[in-house]
Design a protein around this ligand. Structure first.
Ligand code: KIV
Length: 483
């Protein structure tokens, strides 16, 4: 979706609402739960506020632009039809505004009233219950309206919005050759410029901000990234935390586990991620063998992640409060990691399975987490632990918990980026949700390229350079002269 802040005024969209990527929301716009805003709609709240009530929908290419002292307020369960134009008007609950209708400043449509398609409702008109505004200029005629039918219409768009939120996927030209590469790349370029503009306004995430999010109950979003494009995606998506995690060992370097990856390799990957980030906090991950030997060794490794790769903080696995204390005393904030700790799961741990499932183990996990908090960790990752245990630990700790396979009640959630994008499909732990299937897209794109090369359809004229005018003739003539 395209959101523009205007100074302090920024659109607010409820997480369960759907706003199509081509809709434009500018300034003081508020979109409530399960509302939907469809392709090409413009909600321009520069003079006054626009509010879309719960479950209401604003259809394709509708324009809402209040210019009078009255805001545009749409109540709940309303449908604003395609191409409708609404100025500063009040639309109460369960109202239908027909396609192409124009409703001018300070008009008001009460519950049980409606506006017919193509009507022009003049300034200040009140459409009461049992009346329909129709014609140009609109007359108010008696109308027996069934609120249930309007509610059912609104419900249809609540359901559709939910489906779009889950399933809408932009199609790339390379995987679908029928799509013109020129028009899509222009769209992509403008989407990028818009999101770059948004990101430019975002303040960098800090440790106090994370603590504040926990206090306010605002979920913290964390993903992994190990290269420039992934980090740029995380930046544009405005996540809070990026972990240059040692899962890179498996997901990008192809090792069988995280044990093999070295600090040197992690530094290369982490530096690449750093170059793509501005606002999320970057967490360096201490790989196996880089922190266990002694406090000094751990501090040296952590310092390299900070000094050479530009990390803001570091994370290491396991219940070692003393080690955490030492690194923190050296001036580097530490995130803990408890539950399933993949670096030691093979040899020492209980394997790659859920942890803390017995009451004794759950108690130990809680105590370990409290120890890490006392040692000064700013947050702790809980991996593969029962939801009820993670909920209790999160409640007992003052620092945020970030869950991965730890249920919905941790203070934040993390997923490995390559898992959530569906790039790494070698195995799929229960807690992974695929938000895309990029591996398939990648295979599709490379296959499309291969097919076009074999069929001599690539490169096309638009991908080729030409000689300067007249040069080809001269070139050929010069070859002929040679003999
Ligand atoms: O390295 C990593 O990606 C991690 C996450 C699973 C939290 O530690």
């Amino acid at each position: 979706m395209t959101l523009y802040a205007l100074g302090e005024l920024a659109p607010k969209v409820h997480p369960t609402a759907f706003v199509h990527p081509t809709a434009q929301l500018i300034g003081d716009v508020l979109v409530h739960a399960e509302a939907s805003v469809w392709p090409g709609a413009v909600l321009r709240a520069d003079f006054n506020r626009i509010e879309i009530g719960e479950g209401s929908s604003v259809q394709d290419n509708a324009v809402l632009h209040p210019r009078s002292p009255r805001p545009t307020t749409i109540g709940r369960d309303c449908v604003v039809g395609h191409l409708a134009h609404l100025e500063g008007v009040l639309v109460e609950d369960t109202v239908l505004i027909g396609s192409g209708a124009i409703v001018l400043e300070e008009a008001c449509v009460r519950t049980g009233g409606s506006v017919a398609a193509g009507a022009v409702v003049l300034v200040g008109t009140e459409v009461r219950a049992g009346r329909r505004a129709q014609g140009v200029p609109a007359e108010l005629v008696a109308c027996d309206l069934h609120l249930e039918a309007i509610r059912a219409g609104a419900q249809k768009y609540r359901n559709l919005g939910r489906r779009y939120r889950e399933q809408l996927t932009a199609i790339t030209p390379s995987s679908h050759p029928a799509v013109s590469s020129i028009s899509v790349s222009q769209e992509e370029r403008s989407a990028r410029m818009q999101s770059a503009g948004r990101t430019a306004q975002r303040r960098p995430v800090t440790l106090p901000l994370l603590a504040e999010k926990k206090r306010l109950g605002e979920p913290i979003v964390m993903v992994t990234a190990y290269d420039l494009p992934s980090a740029q995606a995380a930046e544009e998506a405005e996540v809070d935390l990026v972990l240059a995690g040692d899962t890179a060992a498996m997901t990008v370097l192809g090792y069988p586990s995280t044990v093999a990856v070295t600090l040197e390799e992690m530094l290369v990957l982490t530096k690449a991620a750093r170059r793509g980030l501005r606002t999320p906090l970057l967490i360096g991950d201490l790989p196996f063998g880089s922190y266990e030997r002694s406090h000094e060794h751990a501090i040296t490794s952590a310092q390299r992640l900070v000094k050479e790769a530009g990390c803001d903080v570091v994370k290491f696995e396991g219940p070692s409060p003393e080690r955490a204390r030492a690194i923190i005393a050296a001036g580097i904030p530490v995130m803990g990691h408890l539950g399933l700790t993949p670096q030691t799961a093979g040899a020492l741990g209980g394997g790659f399975k859920a942890q803390a499932r017995s009451s004794t183990a759950a108690r130990r996990l809680l105590e370990d987490a409290q120890e890490l908090e006392r040692a000064g960790c700013f947050a702790v990752v809980l991996e593969a632990v029962p939801a009820e245990v993670a909920a209790l630990v999160s409640e007992r700790l003052e620092i945020p918990t970030i869950g991965i396979g730890a249920g919905p009640d941790t203070d934040g959630q993390v997923l490995v980026l390559n898992d959530l994008l569906g790039i790494f499909e070698e195995f799929e732990p229960r807690f992974v949700k695929r938000y895309a299937r990029l591996r398939r897209e990648m295979v599709g794109a490379v296959s499309a390229f291969a097919d076009e090369v074999r069929a001599r359809r690539f490169p096309g004229e638009q991908h080729c350079y030409t000689m300067a005018p007249g040069e080809q003739e001269q070139f050929l003539a010069s070859l002929e002269n040679d003999g």
